[in-house]
Design a protein around this ligand. Structure first.
Ligand code: PEP
Length: 249
């Protein structure tokens, strides 16, 4: 039985001071028994947030990292730096990074491999545009993204990562995929994992849905058999995140 994992992606929001105010509101109210809970915060918020969460079971995540170990990569943050300040998870290949910062499938794969090598759990984001959905190529496209993100990843490693299916048309738009639409693609992702590796790995890997999740739709989405929780943007910055984590099916 896979434990659900619900991660908040704070994106470029909250100064360290504001981050601590939000953590104070959320930290004692989210149920970490039913689901693993992760706050993926901006880099500068990681140290204070990790300190504020140290007596809880909520993990801290980053939203990006470099695929190199160290050196002349101005502006980048390495896996070792993240590990040293208590980070456990890292979002890789979010559609906003693909769209605005030229993140390619190849870079995503390099980052996934580096995160795994260092002991960080990648939350690998995949998902189609509205145009692709309308052309009925969603599953084909997402299969390619998954295969390319996991190139050279072993079955054992793959079983421990998290994949977030995030249709781009649903991110930050208030338009949520229906539970059937989300389940169809999450199930196709599990199928491609079984094809690349084996059924055991497909059964282990956790697949989140992301895209305008809120306290009212979380229960139905997370109740689908191939949806193992969510990656939550806008609503992770509000008290509604408590309703999402403490969802009822
Ligand atoms: C996200 O940023 O990953 C996301 C899903 O955003 P939102 O929940 O705001 O759609």
């Amino acid at each position: 039985m896979r434990k659900k994992i619900i991660a908040g992606n704070w994106k470029m929001n909250k100064t360290p001071k504001e981050a601590l105010e939000l953590v104070k509101i959320l930290k004692d109210k989210v149920d970490t028994d039913k689901s693993d809970v992760v706050f993926c915060v901006p880099f500068v918020d990681i140290i204070p947030v990790a300190e504020a969460l140290k007596d809880t079971n909520i993990a801290v995540g980053a939203q990006n990292m470099c695929f190199e170990d160290s050196g002349a990569y101005t502006g980048e943050i390495s896996a070792d730096m993240l590990l040293d300040i208590g980070v456990k998870y890292v979002i890789i290949g979010h559609s906003e990074r693909r769209q605005y910062f030229n993140e390619t499938d190849k870079n995503v794969n390099k980052k996934v491999l580096k995160a795994i090598e260092k002991g960080l759990t990648p939350i690998v984001c995949v998902g189609e545009t509205l145009e692709q959905r309308e052309k009925c190529v969603t599953v084909d496209f997402v299969r390619i993204q998954v295969k390319s993100a996991l190139k050279d990843v072993t079955a054992e490693q793959a079983g421990n990562i998290v994949i977030a299916y995030e249709p781009i048309w649903a991110i930050g738009t208030g338009v949520t995929a229906t539970s059937e639409q989300a389940e169809e693609v999450c199930s196709a992702i599990r199928k491609v994992i079984a094809e690349i590796y084996d059924l055991d790995t497909a059964d282990k890997i956790r697949i989140q849905y992301g895209g305008s999740v809120n306290g009212s739709n979380a229960g139905e989405l997370f109740g689908m058999s191939d949806i193992d929780g969510g990656l939550v943007g806008g609503a992770s910055l509000k008290e509604d995140f408590i309703n999402i984590v403490n969802y009822q099916e």
